[in-house]
Design a protein around this ligand. Structure first.
Ligand code: URP
Ligand code: ZN
Ligand code: ZN
Length: 459
């Protein structure tokens, strides 16, 4: 007797697509066979649908205190939205408050997340206050199961920035201690100079957010971070890469045989900087900003050639009232947009359907590669006997508009309004429990678990 059998779906792994049933018991996959005869408490018919390993969103900011407010989705709303997008695990950023230890930071975030998450989660530490004491704490944090650290090259005013010396120190330590250094790469002095210049000139509308962060601001910072990774032989992951300049820098390193891991997001794959000139320009303010059509094409090529290895979301939504804090000054618009729910629909509709990427690559970018890089594999990131039963059933014929009514983030608008997708997750199962069943939420607040991760071993 098993708990669930998923019948007749097309199972997708990074290398194969094959038709089989999946048996689930006590949260684990216990059998994969052409025809499972065992009795089951629940049978889920997946005929005509794809069965994918649950997506792992490596980049979210639930209830993040930021720029004078807090991101609008708490861990409950944010993980419900994630589940509707076929995500079964998020890795959120625990942002170190000044003066606090890394372990204190993790405890603060666990206090917010544990009672609310409806799917599994883990944490990265976002380092804002690095010193000798914190460096000495690294082993403890790694043993606890937090094995990746984000450093911000910009956000000086917000108190988040790390200088190049600190970035060097973390990259250097990442080799010996086997962790991953995630970098938000933007050249702070240049963008600050441009921001000040525009403000002096009275140029305060949302497009100046993008104009103060031109492509080279990201490209130069990515090059610099890669240079430091080479110098230290460190483990570098570029978060939210948005430009062709960034991809060129990553490709140069890959050509030299030095791995750099790059991540991008759905909004950089389908939206352009023209949005800043529209009436809701401030809704699209995030860092780095939206780019040109040419960048979009290059990012898709980066995915097709697997120079970009993960697609997350940077889910950090603010409602229209919060965005209006910057109605007279773009520097006061809280930076961030939603996204966890649209990763798979956008990659499938815009990537797989258009033959730019394969569905096997979609599985790599959203699940397998993330699990490998962030120490969740083989527990997660795969459909195999013994793995957690984290499963997304994708209906390739399900059509949906990405309107505010159809999305589950708490905010009162959609940055994808008017955009239609075909191919949507309809059922999401986390550790053997259905969370979304035929587009109905059936999960429970607090049933997700904190998942400790192993140290970095590469891809
Ligand atoms: O605009 C963004 N990306 N907001 C969230 C914080 C970050 O930099 O990832
Ligand atoms: Zn960032
Ligand atoms: Zn982020």
């Amino acid at each position: 007797m098993v708990d669930i059998v998923i019948k007749e779906g097309k199972i997708v792994t990074p290398t194969d697509i094959y038709e089989a049933d999946i048996g689930i018991k006590d949260g684990k996959i216990v059998e994969i066979a052409r025809n499972i005869e065992a009795k089951a408490e629940q049978v889920i018919d997946a005929s005509g649908k794809y069965v994918l390993p649950g997506a792992i969103d490596p980049h979210t900011h639930m209830e993040l205190p930021f720029m004078g407010t807090t991101s609008a989705d708490d861990f409950e709303a944010g993980t419900i939205a994630a589940a509707f997008g076929g995500v079964t695990t998020i890795i959120d950023f625990a942002i170190q408050p000044k003066g606090k230890s890394f372990m204190d930071t993790i405890e603060i975030w666990r206090g917010k997340a544990d009672p609310k998450v409806v799917i599994d989660y883990s944490l990265h530490v976002a380092v804002t206050d690095l010193n000798e004491e914190r460096m000495a704490e690294l082993s403890k944090v790694l043993d606890y199961g937090v094995t990746s650290f984000k450093l911000f090259m910009p956000y000086r005013k917000e108190g988040l920035m790390s200088d190049d010396g600190r970035l060097y120190a973390m990259l250097d330590a990442s080799r010996e201690h086997r962790f991953l250094v995630q970098v938000h790469a933007e050249n702070a002095p240049v963008l600050e100079y441009l921001v000040e210049k525009f403000l002096r000139e009275g140029k305060k509308t949302p497009e100046y957010h993008a104009l103060s962060r031109p492509n080279f601001v990201e490209g130069e910072a990515i090059q610099r971070a890669i240079y430091l990774a080479h110098a230290t032989n460190g483990n570098l992951y570029i978060v939210h890469m948005s430009t062709k300049e960034g991809l060129v820098a990553v490709a140069e390193s890959l050509n030299k045989g030095f791995p750099i891991y790059a991540e991008t997001f759905p909004h950089y794959l389908v939206l352009t900087e023209e949005k800043y000139y529209g009436p809701d320009g401030r809704h699209y303010v995030m860092s780095p900003p939206l780019r040109s059509r040419a960048d979009i094409e290059v990012l898709w090529k980066g995915l097709a050639s697997e120079k970009i290895v993960t697609v997350g979301s940077d889910h950090c939504p603010f409602n229209s009232e919060q965005k209006a804090m910057g109605k007279d000054d773009f520097t006061k618009i809280p930076n961030g947009v939603p996204g966890t729910e649209v990763i798979i629909p956008i990659l499938y509709s815009e990537g797989v359907r258009r033959d730019i990427i394969t569905i096997n690559q979609l599985v790599k970018f959203t699940s397998y590669n993330v699990a490998k890089l962030f120490g969740l594999y083989p527990r997660k990131g795969t459909i195999a006997v013994g793995a957690d039963a984290d499963i997304t059933i994708l209906d390739p014929n399900y059509e949906m508009e990405l309107s505010v009514e159809n999305l589950h983030t708490k905010i009162d608008y959609s940055i994808y309004d008017g955009m239609k997708v075909k191919g949507v997750p309809t059922t999401t199962i986390c550790r053997g429990k259905p969370i979304v069943l035929n587009r109905e939420f059936v999960g429970k607040k607090g049933e997700g678990q904190f998942i400790p991760r192993s140290r970095f071993t590469g891809l």
